[in-house]
Structure formats: C-alpha cells, structure tokens
Design a protein around this ligand. Structure first.
Ligand code: B12
Length: 301
C-alpha cells in the first residue's frame, strides 16, 4: 500500500522501536519472517507504522521476554495476549514468593504497569506488602519502582499514560493501607501537604505510611494545597507539626517564600519540609533530607 495520507497516525520504524522497546533490527527481522509488524510504504519507499501497533508490539515483547516464541506470540488475538500476560505474572508467584528479591519484584510491577493490568498489580502489591511489611515495602520496592518508572518515561520506554497509571495505582494502594491504621488512640496529629501547584504527592503518601507506624495521626491534605488551607487545618486540628512535600519541580525561591509565610502564620507549630534539596536554608523551618530521615524524625514529634 502506498499513501501519503493521514501521516500523523503513522510513525517511523524508529518511533515504533522507541515506543515498544523492540529494537529496529528485530522489527525488520519479524516483518521478514512473520509478516508482523506490517508497515505501509511511503512514495519514497520508507516504512511507516500505524501508531496502534505500539501497544500490541509492547505486549508481544513481554511474552517473548517471558519465554514465548515470537512466531507464536505474533499470531495471537489481543484477548489471548492479555490472558497470557496475566498467567505469566501469576506463574511467577509459584516459585517461592517469600524469598523473591526486590529487583525481581520491581520488574514484575513494571511489567504489570507496561500492560496496565490494574487487578494484577494491586494483587501483587498486596502480596508484597503482607510479605515484607510496610517499611520495607516503601524503601525496597516503592522507591526503586518509581525511580524506574521515571527513567523509562525519560527514555520513552514508558509513555506519560504509563507514568500516570503507575502513580494512580500506587497512591490508591498506599492510601488503602495506611488509612485503616489511623486510630483515635493517636495522641498527636501531623499535617501532610504539598505546596500549591505541586502534584507530586507520592512522597507524602509514603510519609503517611511511616507516620502511622509511629502512632501519629496523619492529617493528609495531599497535592496542590493553598497556603491558607494548611494554616486553617493546622490550627483547627491543633497539629503537633506540619510537613510540606516539595518535589524537585518546585522553584526554590518561591518555595522558600511559601515556607516563610507558612512559618509566620503557624504560631508555634513545628514546620518541616522534604523532597527538594535546593531550598535556601531557613531558620525555624526544618529540612528532612529523605524518607529514611523522616522515619527517624517522626520519633521527635
Ligand atoms: C510520578 C511522577 C509524576 C506524577 C505525580 C503523581 C503523584 N500522585 O505523585 C505526575 C504525572 C502528576 C507528574 C507530573 C509532572 N512531573 Co513528574 N514525576 C513523577 C516521577 C516518575 C516519580 C516521582 C515520585 O513520586 N518519586 C518518588 C519520590 C518519593 O522520590 P523523589 O521525588 O526522588 O524523593 C526523594 C526525596 O526527595 C524524598 N522526598 C520526596 N518527597 C518527600 C516528602 C517528604 C515529606 C519527605 C520528608 C521526603 C520526601 O524522598 C525520596 C527518596 O529519598 C518522577 C521521576 C523520578 N525519577 O522521581 C517525575 C519527575 C519528578 N517529574 C518531573 C516533571 C518535569 C513533571 C511535570 C512538570 C511534567 C509535565 N511536563 O507535566 C509535571 C509537574 C506536575 C506538577 N505541577 O507538580 C521531573 C522533574 C524534573 C525537575 N527536576 O525539574 C521528574 C524528575 C521526571 C524527569 N526525570 O524529568 N509526575
């Protein structure tokens, strides 16, 4: 087929390779052997591929990585591929999940993110939480997982949709675990909020998990919280402290102004922040460099 129409729906072989994670040479080789993925040809003779092929090729790659032959995988229906991807992931459970190393578990989470399999990713996360406990779940699995998601997004192995999917599943999972742990026996309250404009709330979700392990009640205001609302919540709740999450996207100068204004209005409530190490030093506002440090800091509330 020769066409120059609808070019925007079509991508080059390099684009297909970047989007699917299958190298250019392999794509050419599979086309030659199995007739898949089939390109259209421009008048110039160059190959172009329908963008919808990215997802199919990505999933086929997962099956091939799991040991299936390409000749078998390329001929499957979409629904068969999805079913097999679930069983591949389940099969991994049968070999001693107890002793599965963190790297393998993170790879499993990444694979389920790649196929956007919500049910299975939730199930595996629940298994891992029960298997190694909340603290290790955060430090050994969640942080490396998010780092890998970020790296894959940067190298375009993951799309923005994958990044959003991973964040949403993870944040819902973490909240579902720490919220039931909050008890009316907790004597102290800690306000957790992101600065206005900052949507990176996963650091705070992890901080909330750690907070409950210290018998302190997190009052979680979450992403994008206006200054005034943090002040109102801290005063009304008689909070022992306020911790602000600032991601690396936040501008250091305006974040410093935000923190100073907050400190001035909080009247004797302890104020700390974490997440961005480029904020100029401030007296009366504590800096918590990492979630490990936050875990220790909680003991001082
Ligand atoms: C998930 C994610 C998102 C999600 C966030 C969803 C959510 N509910 O949190 C969404 C899709 C919304 C998003 C949006 C954007 N993102 Co983003 N995102 C990420 C990603 C993949 C993970 C971030 C994360 O949660 N990491 C886990 C945290 C805990 O790790 P950390 O940030 O390294 O934090 C460490 C410490 O700083 C500390 N810490 C962090 N938070 C806190 C809080 C407390 C209280 C304490 C004590 C400590 C602490 O603990 C961590 C471990 O020690 C990163 C990539 C990466 N490698 O991190 C990019 C990343 C942070 N995002 C980035 C960008 C550019 C954006 C956008 C501007 C993209 C865009 N063009 O729209 C927007 C900005 C939105 C906004 N206004 O905030 C860049 C920032 C680059 C920079 N320095 O400027 C990154 C690094 C990706 C990249 N490599 O380019 N993002």
């Amino acid at each position: 087929m020769t066409t120059n129409e609808n070019k925007s729906k079509y991508i080059s072989i390099g684009g297909l390779a970047a989007g699917s994670g299958v190298p250019v040479e392999t794509i050419r080789n599979w086309e030659l052997r199995y007739g898949f993925p089939a390109p259209i040809r421009l008048d110039s003779g160059h190959r172009r591929y329908d963008m919808n092929l990215i997802t199919r090729l990505r999933k086929i790659k997962l099956l091939v990585d799991a040991g299936y032959k390409p000749s078998f995988a390329v001929n499957l229906e979409e629904s068969e591929i999805d079913q097999l991807l679930v069983s591949v992931s389940l099969a991994g459970d049968t070999h001693d999940a107890e002793s599965e190393d963190a790297q393998t578990t993170v790879r499993r989470w990444l694979m389920l993110t790649e196929s956007m399999n919500t049910v299975e990713l939730n199930r595996v996360m629940a298994r891992d939480w029960n298997r190694i406990g909340a603290r290790r779940f955060i430090f050994e699995l969640t942080l490396p997982f998010l780092r890998d998601v970020g790296n894959r997004w940067e190298s375009r192995t993951f799309s923005v949709a994958h990044e959003h999917f991973a964040s949403e599943v993870l944040q819902a999972f973490l909240a579902s675990r720490w919220r039931p742990l909050v008890s009316s026996n907790h004597k102290k309250k800690l306000i957790l909020a992101n600065q206005e404009g900052d949507l990176h709330s996963l650091g705070l979700q992890m901080a909330a998990v750690l907070t409950t392990l210290h018998n302190v009640e997190p009052v979680f205001l979450g992403p994008n919280t206006p200054l005034q609302d943090i002040i109102v919540a801290a005063n009304e709740q008689k909070a022992a402290a306020v911790v602000i999450g600032l991601s690396s996207v936040s501008d250091p100068e305006s974040s410093a102004r935000f923190l100073s204004r907050l400190h001035q209005s909080l009247l004797g409530v302890r104020l700390a922040f974490g997440g961005n190490d480029r904020i100029p030093g401030m007296s009366n506002v504590e800096y918590i460099a990492s979630l490990e440090d936050f875990d220790t800091w909680c003991r001082s509330i």
